[in-house]
Design a protein. Structure first.
Lengths: 422, 148
């Protein structure tokens, strides 16, 4: 029988911030989004103060000052490194790991004799080795593992590891009956409102629904969820390292931008990074999307939001080809006189590099150009990101992020190491 | 061995990181060439468990007799269970300290090692949180010059 575990770090960003600065151990702390706009992570102490997730910082500044809440700009270099360490430890402990997000991974524990004990071991190892506390949820499907993970975090008696076992169905039903349907993976606020109107209030109610009836009324996705809640695996296991089907690079600007060249520089930067990732996974893409929008929180400003798809004449991994497409798209959606807040690119229709085109006469990437790209990637890897750039990324640096309270890059930068007093 | 214009071609030896290397006499293959296989990799030697290893900067002189001076880079392995006699990075009063761990009559002590200046032995009252064990430290006598 299949058995999945979901390992999920508690308050991951906030924990990363605290590890290297023990003075913050019991202090409430929040991490802010790019440009310090919203609260994207809270420590346990900050949660206890009632600070909500996603709250705009400007509304909570006075409250944070009054309660001594430490504010940190997001430090993705640090979180990314700690996440890679976490994944590497999990991969050492289990041959099949799917990294689901920066702080969550699914493990395939099928065939493990005592999965709960192994969950405890995983938890202890992460605690000891990287000082990150995790919850572990175990179940016969990914949806059950996700729900079990929620229980592991909410109910202290589980000591961080909860298994919904097929051997104790009464206990599983009892737990399912005590949680609202909104706690089920993939059931959002809107869907749970509809379900409740139909009389489906708890997780157990949903598990007891007829999958076929659900499929007719709500669609195939929720029908799969119902099957999964009943212990029937419907979601496949995507192992780590499988090429991604979309690559996105986007970011808010440090300030609002109106200048075309500044936005062009930002798009060029994002595209260079995305193309690098594309080549790193040995892929090419056929679609380039360009995204541009104003700040929806600035209600006084004229609002604008556009995404433009630029299909390529042939699938490519050449930064030059992708860049030309992205900048062509940007020219079309850019409207002068607006105050822009965010832009980005997305690469889609991804296929393995050099794959034969369906059209025999379609051109393919020039091998010489691909060698040049490979060289550029290697130089940027060895000498530091951005050593070699396309000229358009240098047009302006006005778009860079605001990170006023960023902590040191403790684990990746020689000049920013944590201190121990001798 | 011979190129078309009759000049000997120097056999390719990976030189950049070679531990043992020799100049190659023109015309003869280097007798050492067969032995050049491994390169010295400090990382491989000093990092026992990469995912659990952190670099920490030492500040202060209380551990100078152990060779740790102000500015030393400590290689800290958080996965290693600390035992009496290890040098550890521990959390004390909201700060990390680097000291020698001693178990004495069932109590945990943190000792300094500096024969010139006496430092008191620290006896933490509550449970001591140990971040990790110092497996080695690095002192740079000259900074790497910048290129260009």
């Amino acid at each position: 029988m299949a058995l999945y575990a979901l390992v999920d770090a508690n308050n991951f960003y906030a924990s990363c911030e605290k590890i290297f600065d023990p003075a913050l151990a019991d202090t409430p702390l929040v991490v802010l989004s790019n440009n310090d706009g919203c609260i994207v992570a809270r420590s346990a102490e900050a949660k206890a103060l009632g600070i909500p997730m996603g709250a705009p910082m400007h509304q909570w500044r006075a409250f944070c000052d009054a309660h001594g809440v430490i504010r940190k700009s997001s430090n993705y270099t640090l979180y990314g490194d700690m996440s890679a360490r976490m994944l590497s430890i999990l991969q050492d402990m289990c041959p099949q790991v799917e990294s689901y997000s920066i702080d969550e991974s699914f493990l395939d524990l099928s065939g493990y004799a005592d999965a709960r004990a192994y969950g405890q071991l995983i938890r202890q190892r992460l605690q000891q080795n990287i000082k990150i506390t995790c919850g572990v949820g175990i179940g016969a499907t990914k949806t059950l593992a996700k729900f079990a993970n929620h229980l592991a975090k909410k109910q202290p008696e589980f000591a961080g590891v909860c298994q919904l076992s097929a051997d104790t169905p009464a206990r599983t039903r009892e737990l399912m009956a005590t949680y609202p349907v909104a706690e089920v993976w993939g059931v959002g606020r809107q869907l749970s409102a509809r379900l409740q109107a139909d009389g489906v209030a708890t997780v157990l109610d949903l598990a007891r629904c007829d999958p076929l009836a659900i499929q007719q009324r709500y669609g195939i996705v929720l029908a799969k969820t119902v099957r999964e809640l009943r212990g029937e695996p419907c979601l496949t296991f995507d192992e780590v390292g499988r090429p991604k089907q979309q690559i996105i690079a986007s970011r808010s600007f440090g300030t609002t931008l109106t200048d075309f060249n500044a936005i062009k520089a930002a798009i060029s930067h994002h595209l260079s990074r995305a193309a690098e990732k594309l080549r790193a996974q040995q892929s090419q893409c056929a679609h380039v999307y360009v995204l541009l929008r104003t700040n929806p929180f600035r209600e006084q400003d004229a609002q604008y939001r556009r995404t433009m798809l630029v299909p390529l004449p042939h699938a490519s991994a050449d930064t030059g080809v992708l860049m030309a497409a992205a900048l062509r798209g940007l020219k079309q959606i850019f409207v002068p006189g607006l105050r822009y807040h965010k832009c980005g690119v997305m690469l889609a229709e991804i296929s393995p590099m050099g794959q034969q085109q369906s059209d025999l006469f379609a051109p393919i990437d020039d091998p010489k150009r691909l060698r040049l790209m490979g060289l550029m990637d290697r130089i940027n890897r060895d000498q530091g990101a951005g050593t070699l750039q396309f000229a358009s990324t240098q047009l302006s640096s006005a778009w860079h992020m605001r990170t006023d309270n960023r902590s040191p890059r403790y684990t990746t930068c020689w000049d920013e190491l944590p201190i121990a007093y001798a | 061995m011979n190129s078309i214009i009759g000049k000997p071609i120097i056999p390719f030896v990976r030189r950049r990181f070679a531990f043992f290397d020799a100049l190659i006499p023109a015309g003869f293959p280097s007798p050492a060439a067969d032995y050049v296989q491994n390169t010295i990799d400090l990382h491989e030697r000093l990092i026992h468990n990469a995912a659990a290893t952190f670099f920490v900067r030492a500040s202060g002189d209380s551990m100078r007799d152990a060779g740790i001076v102000d500015g030393s880079v400590l290689v800290v392995d958080a996965s290693r269970p600390p035992v009496s006699g290890h040098i550890v990075v521990a959390c004390l009063d909201g700060k990390y300290v680097v000291k020698r761990l001693r178990h004495s009559q069932g109590r945990v002590e943190l000792h300094s090692e500096n024969s010139l200046t006496p430092y008191p032995v620290l006896r933490p009252s509550t449970d001591l949180q140990i971040f990790g064990v110092v497996t080695s430290h690095i002192v740079e006598h000259l900074k790497k010059p910048r290129k260009g």
